[in-house]
Every structure is written in structure tokens, then in C-alpha cells.
Design a protein around this ligand. Structure first.
Ligand SMILES: [Zn+2]
Length: 396
């Protein structure tokens, strides 16, 4: 048994496998799947770290590592400032059953001198670290992801049944800018499902009511109110500043405008709709957005329905009933899709239509296919400008 620190370190060095900084950089550049665990203290980590590294200070290693790194056979490289703490950390990880651990030698001081790539951590305030702590604890979000959300802009089409839960969760999540397009006024009959609004705000514009609810929930969020109906003349102006569009509208003219703008401007659209007890969600990812978000291009709305239906086949405009809570489920799924896109995590609903039957309590999934002859996103598109379709419906 070692008796002094020098003995202990010598024994640890014998048991751990070193990787040089050149070698580590080469492997990271080659895209090798390995997790860099930075065991420096939080304050040291905040001065800059290897891109993609996760932070577990040495003193918290045993306590936190299993929560952050579930796969004990996945390759891990520990790193600290000079190579000592990281070697001790590597030995500890081996004792905890991690089988593929190396330690960077030396460490970040040298890495910095070599001017190898470093990432600066997000500058969150203490209040933000506290507010979003449950996000920050997720390695898939972390401080970087949270900072990304705070810089993100989502446009909500409609502050009604779907827009309400979506807006509340996006605001709670700290999406920094929420644009809301809605020309309506809060009515008492909305309150059974449109949870952004309140009895005290009946009669006020929905965008105003929404802004109030969001300001109360999370002052980090800037609400941009667009008290307007979307038409071919304003759709580009409305879309252009946003990263993701969450569509909760329920009429054909808007659906086609949204689709065409999404393709022209390269904006992903998370689409949701509801009817009585049933709902559905899918995400439309046009070619330009696919590149930007690092995901696959999906079919567009016109791949499925190239033109609006003839009036005699259009759904009735008679007010249909809807289970209020169904809006919460579908709108929340839409918010989840938006957050995933913004964080670049998980698999989107691109090319998949998720349907939900609340009476049977069943989710189903339908595959959606791109139409190579689609008039909007096909190889030779015929739709190159916006069309204002008549808002029509069959007499029901
Ligand atoms: Zn298409």
C-alpha cells in the first residue's frame, strides 16, 4: 500500500493509461466518439474547456459520474489543468467499473498554450443557473444548451389551444424570444383549453394576455407580439427573424402559406392539429433548415396535399368540440420538438406523423414520404411565390 502522496501518485500512474494532447486532439478531430470529462473545479472550467467536454469536478466525481455517464464501457478521457487530478480521477473511474478510461497528459494549461480549440462556457447569471438547474443537470442540455435556448427565437402561430401550452413550456424552458401571431381577443369560451389566458383578461388581445402570462412566468423571455393575421404580404416579415415555427393554426390558407414560407426561408415548422378527442403532430424540415440543424430533410405539407381540397370536400367550419386537455398534450409535444431542434438533440418527427387518440389512450405513428414531384419542395417546383387561398369551408 502506498504511504505517501508520491507513492500514491506513482501507483495511480502505473494503473492509468495516458493520452498525449496531440493524440487527443487528433482523435477528436477525426470525430472519434469519446467523452472528455473535465475534473477541474467549476471556476477553472469556466475559463474555457475542450469543445464537448463535460464538467465533473474531482470532488464530485464519485457522486455524479454514474448520473452523467451511464455506459461504463464507453471511451472516456479525463482532463484537468496539469494531469494529476485527471490521473487520480481515471483511477477512481476504473474502481467504479469504467473499463475504457484514459487520462490526458498534461492538461488544459498546455492545451491552452498550444492554442488547441477551446470553448468558452455560456455566461449565465447565478439566477439563471438556479432557474434552469434541472436543465443544466442534463448532460444533453448543460449550461451551453441552456445558453443556446436563451439565444433562440421561436415563432408561435396562434395563442390558442395549441399555442398556449407550447408558449408556456417554451417560456419556462428559457427560449429567449417568443414571437406570437394572433389577431383575436380572449373570450370566456377559450379558457377551457387556452391556458395562457385568464378570466381577468377576457376581452384583451390574446397577444397581450400571452405577454402578461409569460412575463410573470419567466422575465428572461422577450415576447414579440404580432397582433395580426398572417397573409402572403406579411408571412416573410413574420418568419424571417425566427429559428423555429410552431404552428397551431387550423385553416387551409394559413397552412399553405406556412408551408411555402418554411421552404422559401428554410424554417422548420412543428405542426399540430386537434379535432374532438384526436390530435396529431409532425415536424416539417425543409432542405435549407435540414443543413442548418444537422437533421434530415422531411416531406413538406404539399408532398401530402399538393393543393387545398375543393370546397365541397373541405371540412365543415361549424365549431367542433374539443377536449380541452388534448390541446395541452399536442401543444406540449410541439414544444418538445422545438426544444429538441434548438438543442440539436434526439430524433425529430420529420417524416413521421404522430397521432394521438385520447379516448383509446393510444399513440400511433405514420410514415410520411417526400414526393419527388412536389410542387413546393420537389426537383422542379412550380410554386415559387405565395398564394392567398380563399378561406372556405363546406356548409356543415
Ligand atoms: Zn413537398
Amino acid at each position: 500500500m502506498p504511504t505517501t502522496y508520491t507513492d500514491l501518485l506513482a501507483s495511480v500512474k502505473k494503473r492509468t493509461k495516458d493520452v498525449s494532447l496531440d493524440e487527443l486532439k487528433r482523435r477528436l478531430d477525426a470525430g472519434e466518439k469519446l467523452t472528455v470529462v473535465d475534473v477541474r473545479e467549476k471556476e477553472e472550467f469556466r475559463t474555457g474547456y475542450i469543445p464537448g467536454a463535460i464538467s465533473i469536478p474531482r470532488g464530485f466525481l464519485e457522486i455524479q459520474v454514474e448520473g452523467k455517464l451511464a455506459d461504463k464501457s464507453a471511451p472516456i478521457v479525463t482532463v484537468c489543468a496539469g494531469g494529476t487530478r485527471s490521473a487520480l480521477a481515471a483511477a477512481t473511474l476504473a474502481e467504479l467499473g469504467y473499463t475504457n478510461v484514459e487520462t490526458a497528459n498534461p492538461g488544459m494549461v498546455r492545451w491552452k498554450d498550444l492554442r488547441y480549440p477551446m470553448e468558452q462556457p455560456a455566461q449565465l447569471t447565478d439566477a439563471q443557473r438556479d432557474r434552469y438547474s434541472r436543465h443544466i443537470l442534463l448532460p444533453e442540455v448543460g449550461e451551453q444548451g441552456q445558453a443556446k435556448l436563451l439565444q433562440s427565437k421561436v415563432l408561435l402561430l396562434g395563442a390558442g389551444g395549441l399555442g398556449s401550452p407550447a408558449a408556456l413550456y417554451l417560456a419556462a424552458a428559457g427560449v429567449g424570444t417568443l414571437g406570437i401571431v394572433d389577431a383575436d381577443v380572449v373570450d370566456a369560451s377559450n379558457l377551457q383549453r387556452q391556458i395562457l389566458h385568464a378570466t381577468s383578461r377576457v376581452g384583451t388581445p390574446k397577444v397581450e394576455s400571452a405577454a402578461k402570462a409569460i412575463a410573470d412566468l419567466n422575465p428572461d423571455v422577450k415576447v414579440v407580439a404580432h397582433e395580426d393575421r398572417m397573409t402572403s404580404s406579411n408571412v416573410e416579415r413574420l418568419f424571417k427573424d425566427y429559428d423555429v415555427v410552431v404552428d397551431g393554426t387550423d385553416n387551409f390558407p394559413t397552412r399553405y402559406l406556412v408551408n411555402d414560407a418554411s421552404i422559401f426561408l428554410g424554417k422548420p415548422v412543428v405542426h399540430g392539429s386537434i379535432f374532438r378527442f384526436d390530435g396529431q403532430v409532425t415536424t416539417f424540415i425543409p432542405e435549407k433548415a435540414a443543413k442548418r440543424f444537422g437533421v434530415e430533410q422531411s416531406p413538406c405539407y404539399r408532398c401530402l396535399y399538393p393543393e387545398p381540397p375543393p370546397p365541397h370536400l373541405a371540412p365543415s367550419c361549424q365549431e367542433a368540440g374539443v377536449l380541452g386537455i388534448l390541446c395541452g398534450i399536442i401543444g406540449t409535444l410541439q414544444a418538445t420538438e422545438a426544444i429538441k431542434l434548438l438543442l440539436g438533440r434526439g430524433t425529430t418527427l420529420g417524416g413521421r406523423l404522430l397521432t394521438y387518440d385520447s379516448l383509446k389512450m393510444k399513440f400511433r405513428e405514420l410514415k410520411l414520404r417526400r414526393d419527388p414531384n412536389c410542387p413546393a419542395c420537389g426537383s422542379s417546383p412550380t410554386i415559387t411565390s405565395y398564394i392567398d387561398y380563399e378561406g372556405f369551408c363546406a356548409i356543415g
